[in-house]
Every structure is written in C-alpha cells, then in structure tokens.
Write a protein that binds this ligand. Structure first.
Ligand SMILES: NC(=O)c1ccc[n+]([C@@H]2O[C@H](COP(=O)([O-])OP(=O)(O)OC[C@H]3O[C@@H](n4cnc5c(N)ncnc54)[C@H](OP(=O)(O)O)[C@@H]3O)[C@@H](O)[C@H]2O)c1
Length: 431
C-alpha cells in the first residue's frame, strides 16, 4: 500500500454525508485495502459547525469555511453531498480548477451543468464521479460507463422518482385514497418533503432522466429539453380502470434513440402489469436499459436514503482512489455531441387512455368516434364503465393504438368541446 494517504474533503454532513463519513471512519481499514491506499477524511464543510450530529465526529474536522476544503492543496478528492445548484456548482468548479477530483450526489448540478463540468474536468485531467446523483444505491452510471460501453443504447425506461411519488401512487392504487390524503399520509410518515412539488410534479425524475440520457447517448440533454408532466391529475378511479385493463399507473421516465434525434419524456403512464416497471413499489427504483448487443438489462434497488446513497458515493471513492494511485483513469471520459436534439412531444408516437364523462344519450359514441377518425387515431378499446342515473351521465374509457402525441392531444381538446361531453377527466399515455 502507498505510504501517503489520500486526503478527502467532504461537503455536507446530512442524511447522505453522515453515512459517508460514518463508513469512512468506522470501516477505514477495509475501504483502504480495497482502494489500495489509506483514505483520510481531512475536512468536512457544513453550514453550522455547532449543530448536533447523528454520528461521532471530531470538531477539528468540521468547518464552515469552504476554503478549508477547496483551497487545501493536500485534499485531492472533494465529495459534495450538500445539494442544490449554487453554491455547489461553483464549489465543484473551483475544486476541478484546483486539480481536485470530485464525487457528487447532486442531481440538480449534474443535470443542469454536468457536461460542462465533465469537459472542464477532462481539461484539468481530473475525474468527476456522480453515481449517487441518479437512483441512490443502484449502480447506473458505472454500468453505462463500463459494462454497457460496447452497446449502442436504444432506450432507457425508469421508475426513478423520489419515494413520495411511488408511495402516493401505491396508496391510491391499493386503498383507493385521494392524492391529497395519500400525500398527507406520506408527509406524516416522513416519506414526503414539506414541499413535494419536485417529486409530484415530475421535476426530480426529469433531472435524473437528463443525466441518464446524457450518459446513455453522450449528448447534452438538459432538464428543460425533456417533456414533463406530474402525477397531479390522476384520480383513484383511474387505478381501478387501469387494473381492469391490465395496467398499473407509474411515473415513467423514458428516453429512446431515433435517427438523428432522441425522445425524452417524464409523465404518468399506464404500464402493462407484466412489465417489470409495473411492480416497482415504495422507495424502490428500477431502470430498464435496452442496448443493441445486450438486449435488455434491468437494474433495481433502493433509489434513495442515506445508506444506499452512501454505498454509491463511497464506491465511487474507492474506484477513484484506485485509479489515482495507479495514475490512470479507469473509466473513459465523455465527449458530448451537441448536434443531436430532443424530439418535441407532439411528434412522439404513443398510445393513450382517456376517461370521459358524457351525457348518457344516443349518438355520443358516434360523435367521439368521429373525432378520433378525423385525427387519424385508431381506437383500440371503447368501453362504457359506470353510469349515474341521478344526473344521467356515464363514464367512457377509450384506449388507442399508437398515434402521434399531437393527434392524441387534439382529439382530447376536440372531445372536450363536444356538446354531450361533460369532461375529459383523465388522459394518460400507455407505456
Ligand atoms: N437523501 C437522499 O436519500 C438522497 C438520495 C440521493 C441523492 N441525494 C442527494 O445528496 C445530496 C445531499 O442530500 P441530503 O439528503 O443528505 O441533504 P441534507 O440532509 O439536507 O444535508 C445537507 C448537508 O449539506 C450541508 N450544507 C447545505 N448547504 C451548505 C452550504 N452552502 N455550505 C456548506 N454546507 C452546506 C448541510 O449543513 P448543516 O448540517 O450544517 O445544515 C448538511 O450537512 C443532495 O444533492 C441530494 O439530492 C440524497
């Protein structure tokens, strides 16, 4: 083993950071043996040094001054597990410019600025590892960077949202709860943030898909390039109808290769019950990768939580430490192609499910059928579900064959304007 230890600076000592520090402090000899070099936690940057911590850590190691980590020439690796865009983007850039390697769990920074930071790192001959930024403990980035590198990636489909969304959808499906009640329950149980917008609105999944698509295709995919819809509009009755039709409802992140362009979207979708993504529950995440050589690979595991995420962070550290000591980069660096864009959602082909509240009177089916025919959308099934005598309305469920998303949207708008249609209560894409 080399005599000189590898000094590490940690930024953040919260849910993830305390598990990273704990692993480094309590399992040092094992980690060092695997890394081939002694790993030394030299400084930990936090906001408030005097705060009570969940792990035992010497006060001398803690600091609230970023310079103690970023400007210390003895620190060769900076681990950022604090989160948010600024100041973390600047800290990571500063570390790279100072010739330090970086490991981060920060999906916001990597989704928005990843390609630039990786370019800067390549110029400075240092590496940026970010396994923990997507899918918590599931080895995704390393799988793309190493084991799948012989493949042309054709598609990636994932349930990769935070615990909140899966928990809420699960409770709505199994207990018939409304979204508001399921969300309140999730917050009381500590699964959901006080402000769940990032999860429920699909933003969290969009950040992660931007990173995955960028890595899978080596192109610059930004969160803003990705079509995004959250789960807000789904009602308990949709789960019942979905089950009857042989589907689960999940928030799906999907990207697919097309000639010269890619498809990238995040939205709730009906997933066939026999698809592996239909069975992902609670804090679990799953990523289904299709490659031209490998056919498909399914990666499943804990997508969040301090310990699973620390598993990814410390795994990155060992890998990085080994390559630093050998003086080689163990993983290929990226070169991002700028010319490949994302297909607008209207041009994407997909299937759809509509739930429509109509007046229970003759001629309604024909009027709706005509709208679909005029939009060139072929109907797969057309079922009358419940009927209510008190207001003489009925609920129709329509599913379609694959069509242009723009045509499906126009059919939705035109249907809503038909005189006997009270409301198009739900529109979901079918995966
Ligand atoms: N939690 C998860 O399950 C999970 C899973 C995957 C990825 N991640 C990612 O991991 C990162 C950390 O998440 P977390 O849940 O551990 O967050 P957290 O519990 O809120 O902890 C954040 C830590 O960062 C420190 N910090 C925040 N802003 C800082 C600043 N400007 N300067 C110095 N220190 C600062 C805080 O210091 P104080 O302690 O002094 O307040 C705290 O120790 C995020 O990027 C998150 O997206 C988290």
């Amino acid at each position: 083993m080399a005599a000189r230890p590898l000094n590490v600076g940690l930024i953040g000592l919260g849910t993830v950071g305390s598990q990273v520090a704990d692993r480094m402090l309590s399992w040092g000899p094992q980690l060092s043996r695997r890394a081939g070099v002694e790993l030394c936690l030299r400084k930990v940057l936090v906001r408030e040094v005097s705060k009570r911590r969940t792990i035992e850590i010497s006060n001398d190691v803690l600091t609230a001054d970023p310079a103690d980590v970023l400007d210390d020439p003895a620190i060769e690796v900076v681990i950022e597990v604090a989160g948010g865009d600024e100041p973390m983007r600047s800290y990571i850039e500063r570390a790279i410019q100072a010739g330090k390697h970086v490991i981060t769990a920060n999906k916001v920074v990597m989704a928005r600025h990843g390609p630039e930071l990786l370019d800067q790192a390549a110029e400075k001959n240092v590496d940026v590892y970010f396994e923990a930024a997507v899918g918590g403990g599931i080895p995704l980035i390393s799988t793309f960077r190493t084991d799948l590198q012989a493949n042309r990636i054709e598609a990636v489909s994932a349930v990769i949202n935070g615990t909140t969304t899966n928990y809420v959808l699960g409770r709505m499906a199994s207990q018939g709860m409304t979204m508001a009640d399921a969300l309140r329950e999730a917050q009381e149980a500590g699964y959901a943030e006080a402000d769940p917008t990032d999860d429920i609105g699909g933003y969290d999944a969009t950040y992660k898909l931007a990173i995955l698509a960028s890595i899978a295709y080596e192109i610059k995919v930004r969160p803003d390039d990705i079509y995004r819809e959250g789960i807000e509009g789904i009602e308990p009755i949709d789960f019942r109808y979905a089950r009857e039709l042989g589907f689960a409802i999940k928030l799906i992140a999907h990207t697919q290769r097309h000639p010269g362009r890619i498809e990238a979207r995040v939205h709730p979708a009906m997933v066939p019950l026999d698809h592996p993504l239909a069975r992902v529950e609670g804090a679990e995440n799953a990523v289904f990768v299709e490659g031209d050589l490998v056919a498909h690979v399914l990666l499943v595991g804990q997508g969040a939580g301090g310990r699973p995420t620390a598993s990814a962070v410390v795994g990155d550290l060992i890998d990085l430490a080994r390559s630093i000591r050998r003086g080689v980069q163990s993983r290929p660096s990226f070169s991002f192609d700028d010319r490949i864009g994302v297909i607008p959602i209207g041009e994407v082909k997909t299937r759809a499910y509509y739930r429509v509240r109509v007046a229970d009177q003759p001629g309604v089916l024909a009027a709706i059928g005509q709208v679909f025919a005029e939009e060139g959308v072929s109907i797969s099934s057309f079922i009358q579900k419940d009927a209510w005598s008190h207001d003489q309305t009925a609920e129709l469920v329509v599913t379609t064959h694959p069509s242009l998303d723009a045509s499906l949207q126009r059919a939705r708008e035109r249907m809503a304007r038909l005189e006997p249609v009270h409301a198009v209560s739900s529109f979901l894409r079918v995966f």
